[in-house]
Write a protein that binds this ligand. Structure first.
Ligand SMILES: Cc1ncc(COP(=O)(O)O)c(C=O)c1O
Length: 390
């Protein structure tokens, strides 16, 4: 029996051993205290939180006080978009946000929540490569915006957006710029010290830290209102006793991911390129989505037109290869991906699209194994579809 192969790393990653080791004392040993306590147990916990703040600030080129820890990427996106819109509205500014149609559901649902609260949301179209359309960006910026949110790397397609250019335009128009960098950390250079990115979301579990921890970098605390109310922790922007072990893990994971970013780009990029080359050879009609666009190295979304991706995923799972059709938040729903819809993919291309996503643990042998089993599985899925169509 072959060891199962995990190629769904854009959904989540295993915890890195170094990260697990760093967080353990904050769960069980002398550093388990509440960071708000004045005694030595509390001080030890607070020191862990402070170290993580410093590690994250150094990685992105911001200040330790800019780091607001959250329960993950979803909460960070909500805090940026809803909290940003509410802060602007409270001060008599615009109550309008702009997001991308191909953004993560955490962003789209936050924009909808702004609408439900009486504000306005613009959902900007993307082109066939999943990049925000320049004309739509200009149009949105011409209206008064509280927050402009742009994802750095798309979680389904992997395309990299030009966040710097849009952040600069936002600064010129007075809109607060937010980027969802959840899939960008450790995959593309992510320093923001030399451009006006005010808010930036990250999530631990995409980079070898546990699920349930993330952060929003807030470079100007006046631009977001708290969504959760409680004690005064984290400057009152995100109160609640800190998830100390998770935070320590996030700091360590971000530090390692950013330190290794160039190597990651090379190794995962080579793995992905080899995989795509072989897929093209084996399946000449395979369509690699956004093939010509600048993409992060860990995601390959490709379609085998005429194949039902759900059936393919099930067969792959039975053969020991874990994949997904898109965002883990959508799977199970068997609905077409909103990202594919936004890109305007023909139905047969969208239905046949599968996401392969790589991480540190993947090897060329994993790609060999996938290439070994896939032709047989594709044949089987095609035959099953023929039988069902009769
Ligand atoms: C681009 C993007 N944003 C936000 C999130 C949500 O992050 P979390 O799972 O930490 O809530 C994800 C995770 O799937 C993501 O890929």
């Amino acid at each position: 029996m072959n060891k199962p192969i995990y190629l769904d790393n854009a959904a989540t990653t295993p915890i890195r051993p170094e990260v697990l080791q760093a967080m353990m004392p904050y769960l069980t040993d002398e550093a388990f205290g509440n960071p708000s306590s004045m005694h030595q147990f509390g001080r030890a916990a607070q020191a862990g939180v402070d170290t993580a703040r410093r590690q994250i600030a150094e990685a992105f080129g911001t200040e330790p006080g800019d780091v607001i820890f959250t329960s993950g990427g979803t909460e960070a996106d909500n805090l940026a978009i809803i909290g940003g819109a509410l802060a602007s509205h409270r001060r008599g500014g615009p109550f309008r946000v702009a997001v991308g149609q191909a953004d993560h559901k955490a962003v789209l649902a936050a924009a909808e929540a702004v609408e439900q609260a009486g504000g306005e949301a613009l959902y900007l179209p993307v082109d066939s490569n999943c990049l925000l359309r320049a004309d739509a960006v200009q149009e949105a910026l011409a209206s008064k915006l509280a927050v402009f949110s742009m994802m750095w790397v798309n979680n389904e397609i992997g395309v990299i957006q030009d966040v710097r250019a849009v952040a600069e335009q936002c600064a010129a128009t007075g809109a607060v710029f937010h980027t969802d960098a959840v899939q960008a950390v450790g995959k593309v250079p992510c320093r923001i010290d030399d451009f006006p990115c005010t808010l930036l979301s990250i999530s631990g579990h995409k980079i070898g830290a546990p699920k349930g921890v993330g952060a929003l970098l807030v470079r100007d605390r006046t631009v977001v209102d708290a969504l959760i109310h409680g004690g005064g922790q984290q400057f009152g922007i995100r109160p609640g006793t800190e998830n100390v072990a998770g935070i320590v893990a996030l700091g360590q994971a971000v530090r390692l991911a950013v330190r290794e970013q160039e190597t990651t780009h090379q190794t995962l990029g080579a793995l992905r390129d080899d995989f795509e080359r072989r897929m093209r050879e084996t399946f000449p009609d395979a369509k690699i989505l956004a093939a010509d666009a600048d993409r992060a190295p860990h995601i390959s979304n490709l379609s085998l037109p005429g194949i039902d991706s759900q059936a393919l995923l099930m067969q792959c799972d039975m053969a020991g290869v874990a994949l997904s059709a898109g965002s883990a938040c959508n799977t199970g729903a068997a609905e077409p991906s909103h990202v594919h819809e936004a890109m305007g993919l023909p139905t047969d291309v969208a239905t046949g699209a599968v996401r392969f996503s790589f991480y540190k643990q993947n090897t060329p042998q994993d790609v060999n194994r996938v290439m070994e089993i896939l032709p047989g599985i594709v044949e089987k899925v095609k035959k099953l579809a023929e039988v069902l169509a009769r």
